[in-house]
Write a protein that binds this ligand. Structure first.
Ligand SMILES: *Cc1c(COP(=O)(O)O)cnc(C)c1O
Length: 489
């Protein structure tokens, strides 16, 4: 097998796709990226359904897996796990198109990728003759944890341990995690906020004694969106939504569509950039941020500066100051110059900021636009779109809607919708000017009667299931906790 991937920080770290999926991060701290961009014109996909497009895209983007292996991963990931046949339906709402990515088992878009990643990992372990168990460690601010637990649930040879902050996640998110079934999973609350949980996990990755892992037969890994196996499945729905626009007659094959993406770690929108590189007629990619507008400022000024206050907003999955996947865009627009990327990332680490060269910024601005919405603007968008169209958006989608309105062109605008409004029912009811019941189940019922839609069964079930995981620990006890769970008995 040839090594089709290299690290954004150095060509010497080459890997094939199964290796890149198992390792996650490259050994030099960089991100894996394909050396050559696969050519994937949409012209030959017009008759394909979601599954067929997924097979084509993943086979092209993950060389080292056979097309039969990919087909099996896709089948296992999506068959009967999403509540609509097409996985990611596109709806016309007002003058825009909303791409609903929240029909999976936890009602948020991370399901689309985290349904496939465990299958890719399992397959990679088989192919490479991997002897040890994988132990996936994740700190979550909400959506990633439940999507990872669901995706990895009962996958052989892989165990998952999710840490969530005791304070700062919603009752639905907590219920989804603490009531999760599966023999290979553990969930634990950490005293403090998300930073405490996240720093604790980073510490475990850097300080876990290798001898302990060897003796107990496991390798640590992460389900974070730096893993290329999580990125590749997100390319698929740029294709399927484009093809839907063509089939509806909204555009002719080859004409452009614009995409507006509610952005946090820059994974979702980067997948759109990769689709464009592969020949999908993507016009402009619009990067939508909430009040944490690091990326908006970056696209405007060319300076990435994380030295600012971290704000808590109504769209918590976008509350982020370091968008890791931006590194892959830097690598591409700096002409695959790993040493230039390394220098910028070193500046970010030591000073909290860096400046992109003007020439590279020009390349970036020829594709990307950016904008942001604060909480008041987000709430107004939810209210106005509901009043005008009857469509209810969650706060993340609403951020993108507001920013999309500022960047309309002649091309159709696809807005990526990343969470079910029911997952944030309290905020949505509030935005609509309705009273918000104390009880979360009652919030779902209230939103149903106002919107005339149905809450996803998975959310109601999670709220009604018995709580299974009750551990709460201090951040300094996380290492001991992991070792206790991982020790061979
Ligand atoms: C993770 C997430 C995002 C941000 O996606 P990135 O790939 O991190 O940019 C947006 N909305 C929701 C609901 C999410 O869960």
């Amino acid at each position: 097998m040839t090594n089709a991937f290299c690290s954004t920080r150095g060509a010497e770290h080459a890997a094939n796709a199964p290796r890149a999926v198992l390792e996650g991060l490259a050994p030099d701290g960089g991100l894996y990226i394909l050396k050559d961009v696969p050519d994937l014109p949409p012209q030959q996909m017009l008759a394909d359904d979601f599954f067929a497009v997924a097979r084509r895209v993943l086979t092209a983007y993950l060389p080292g897996y056979s097309s039969e292996e990919i087909a099996q991963c896709v089948q296992r990931a999506y068959q009967n796990r999403f509540d609509v046949p097409g996985v990611a339906p596109l709806r016309a709402v007002g003058d825009n198109y909303v791409l609903e990515l929240f029909h999976g088992p936890t009602a948020a878009f991370k399901d689309v990728a985290l349904s496939v990643l465990p299958q890719l990992m399992r397959c990679a372990m088989r192919k490479t003759g991997w002897q040890e168990d994988m132990l996936i460690l994740t700190a979550t601010s909400g959506d990633t944890g439940s999507a990872a637990l669901t995706g990895f649930c009962d996958v052989e040879g892989i165990r998952v341990l999710v840490f969530y902050p005791q304070h700062g996640i919603s009752p639905i998110q907590r219920a989804q995690m603490t009531a999760m079934r599966g023999d290979n999973i553990d969930v634990c609350a950490v005293e403090g906020n998300f930073d405490a949980a996240q720093s604790g996990v980073k510490r475990i990755f850097s300080q876990m004694p290798p001898a302990f892992c060897r003796q107990n037969g496991f390798t640590l890994s992460s389900a974070n969106s730096i893993n290329f196996g999580r990125l590749a499945p997100q390319i698929v729905y740029y294709y399927t939504s484009y093809l839907q626009l063509v089939r509806m007659g909204r555009i002719a094959m080859g004409e452009r569509a614009d995409f507006c993406v509610p952005t946090g770690n820059f994974g979702d929108i980067l997948a759109g950039y990769l689709a464009r590189e592969s020949g999908l007629p993507v016009g402009r990619l619009i990067c939508a941020s909430n009040a944490n507008r690091v990326l908006t400022d970056f696209f405007e000024t060319g300076v990435y500066n994380r030295n600012r206050e971290f704000l808590t907003t109504l769209s918590p999955s976008m509350d982020i100051l370091i968008s890791s996947n931006l590194e892959r865009l830097l690598y591409r627009t700096l002409g695959n110059d790993a040493s230039a990327v390394r220098a910028l990332m070193e500046q970010l680490r030591t000073t909290g900021q860096y400046r992109m060269p003007d020439e590279a910024m020009e390349k970036i601005r020829s594709v990307f636009r950016a904008g942001c919405a604060d909480d008041a603007q987000t709430m107004r968008a939810i209210k106005e779109v509901f009043a005008a169209t009857g469509y209810v958006m969650d706060p993340h989608t609403a951020v993108a809607w507001k920013v999309a309105q500022e960047h309309r062109s002649d091309a159709p605008m696809v807005i990526l919708s990343t969470a079910s409004p029911y997952k944030f029912a309290g905020s949505v009811l509030n935005a609509l000017g309705e009273s918000v019941p104390q009880d979360t189940l009652e919030q779902l019922t209230a939103l149903e009667s106002i919107s005339g839609t149905r809450a996803p069964d998975v959310l109601r079930e999670a709220l009604q299931r018995r709580v299974r995981f009750r551990d709460v620990i201090a951040p300094e006890d996380m290492m001991a906790y992991v070792q206790g769970k991982a020790a061979r008995t």
